[in-house]
Design a protein around this ligand. Structure first.
Ligand code: NAD
Length: 484
């Protein structure tokens, strides 16, 4: 009955402080009861999470559409299928992940008989603070890791996706153990309140500036953190690249979610002999993929096209575009509908030394559909450009030769690196998802999500029968002395 496109969206109302206190103690009691440890409890909640999504698909699509103007297919592709994919893996593998891990093979001879091993234990009640741009996936994939690890969890969802956040708050207690998992609604204030408390683990997704606040607060309670941040993810286009394929694949993701994706390609470093041709191919490709108005296929009219989150973000994009135009650097202007906040991909041609000259476009994480194309001398110059800046979350290399990709990944640091395509590293549920340096620390997805919320306890067994051996080191060490 809830599977109704126009199903109602609950009202968004921040969670009062006293309720936050109550949630915190209820979840800690649940953890202390040890109920969350059993495989059966974990599997039950993982399956219930899948049912929550499947039963309410249309309502969820409606909520995300209300928040971000995304179409149903985009919601499934970007939010719901990745979560179901993760749940599927966790249900198949969690029993194995939970098992003790023997370390007997690498042990010294005298330690082998002590059954050296790793025991996996949930770290405690987890705090998951998520961002607005993929409000379901960024909240529920971390939750899959927490459930798999046996951790209860508080989900502090984003105030910038209020319909999705309020709907999750309604649905979660109906599907999952309400004493083990809870949603807190609110913004910085509620987050701050939560961050005052000690947790088993905190996983935060959002901007680097708030990431620093989260890390500083967590340091006060010595809570371990995973920070999933953003940054400027570069693309390198080598002279051996297939320009047409590169442009098609790149713009498909750059237009998706109006470029508001943490791993969206941010700027393109193109080996200079290919720049003119690349720009020509880019313009043709954009016209092919997103035919301009009055075509009925213009993305301005298709319900699948996402919008910029708010007028401020749209104005920031427009200022990048206008500034580039004034300086004669705009090579393609994307179509714009201010009312729906839809904006097509715009391209700016600039150069390596353009810091300051090209303003924020070269400095900020763009997080929207504007892209700088920057000519570079060669692949070494592209590598230097990247290494002179904070480590990106994702890095993309377009090249015919695998050796070019190999050189780039050997010589640069980034959360992930992909040869000839964009965004796929997040969908590979068997690969860790996370940044390095300024793009974040720690990772999750699949087994890495389980490990993030798991304490790996070192265990040794030294029974009394080993006394003759162990007594060798008792003071005054007479026996050892004689032996040696
Ligand atoms: P946001 O505004 O939704 O904020 C993220 C979370 O932080 C929210 O839950 C918010 O309530 C909370 N928050 C805000 N101010 C706070 C404060 N002072 N103290 C404690 N908590 C606070 O999201 P955003 O930051 O606009 O997200 C965009 C950024 O996130 C981009 O930089 C993007 O690249 C990055 N991002 C990263 C990933 C990833 O997986 N690495 C995914 C999505 C977005």
């Amino acid at each position: 009955s809830t599977n109704d496109l126009h199903g109602s969206i609950p009202v968004y109302k921040p969670t009062p402080y006293d309720q936050i206190e109550e949630i915190y103690s209820t979840l800690n009691e649940r953890f202390n009861s040890r109920d969350t440890l059993s495989l059966a409890y974990r599997l039950y909640n993982l399956k219930q999470l899948a049912y929550l999504i499947q039963d309410n698909e249309k309502r969820i699509q409606h909520a995300v559409h209300t928040d971000l103007n995304k179409g149903g297919f985009d919601v499934n592709l970007g939010d719901l299928w990745p979560i179901l994919n993760e749940i599927d893996l966790a249900i198949r593998r969690v029993e194995d992940w939970m098992k003790d891990e023997s370390r007997i093979w690498d042990a010294m001879l005298s330690f082998k008989s002590m059954r050296p091993r790793i025991k996996k234990q949930p770290k405690g009640v987890a705090l998951i603070i998520s961002a607005w741009n993929f409000p379901w996936q960024l909240t529920l994939i971390p939750l899959v890791g927490a459930i798999s690890a046996g951790c209860p969890a508080v989900l502090k969802v984003s105030e910038h996706a209020p319909s999705s956040s309020a709907l999750l708050a309604e649905l979660l207690p109906r599907y999952l153990d309400p004493k083990g998992y809870a949603v807190v609604l609110g913004a910085a204030e509620e987050s701050t309140k939560l961050l005052e408390k000690p947790w088993g683990h905190i996983l935060y997704t959002g901007s680097g500036n708030v990431g620093k606040i989260v890390a500083a607060a967590a340091a006060k309670t010595l809570t371990p953190t995973t920070l999933e941040l953003g940054g400027k993810s570069p693309v390198i286009v080598s002279s051996c690249a297939d320009l047409k394929i590169a442009a098609k694949r790149m713009f498909t993701i750059k237009q998706m979610a109006a470029g508001q994706i943490c791993i969206a390609p941010d700027y393109v470093l193109v080996v200079k002999d290919k720049v003119d041709e690349f720009i020509k191919v880019c313009k043709e490709t954009l016209d092919d993929l997103f035919p301009p108005s009055p075509s009925p296929y213009s993305f301005l009219h298709t319900p699948q096209s996402a919008s910029m989150r708010n007028d401020n973000d749209l104005d920031r994009m427009i200022s990048y575009i206008d500034e580039a135009e004034q300086k004669g650097k705009l090579v393609h202007r994307g179509e714009l509908n201010k009312d729906t906040r839809r904006l097509g991909v715009s391209l700016v041609r600039t150069n390596v030394n353009a810091q300051g000259e090209s303003g924020g476009l070269m400095e900020d994480e763009v997080f929207g559909p504007v892209m700088a194309i920057i000519p570079v001398e060669n692949i070494d110059a592209a590598i230097k450009y990247i290494n002179d800046r904070p480590h990106p979350l994702a890095l993309y290399v377009c090249a015919g030769k695998r050796s070019v990709f190999k050189k780039v990944i050997d010589e640069t640091w980034s959360g992930s690196a992909t040869w000839n395509d964009f965004g796929f590293a997040t969908l590979a549920r068997n690969l860790p998802f996370g940044g390095v340096g300024a793009s974040g620390w720690g990772s999750y997805h699949g087994k890495d999500g389980f490990d993030t919320f798991t304490h790996h306890k070192a265990v040794l067994e030294i029974p009394y029968i080993f006394e003759p051996l162990m007594s060798l080191r008792y003071p005054p060490m007479s026996t050892l002395g004689k032996t040696l």
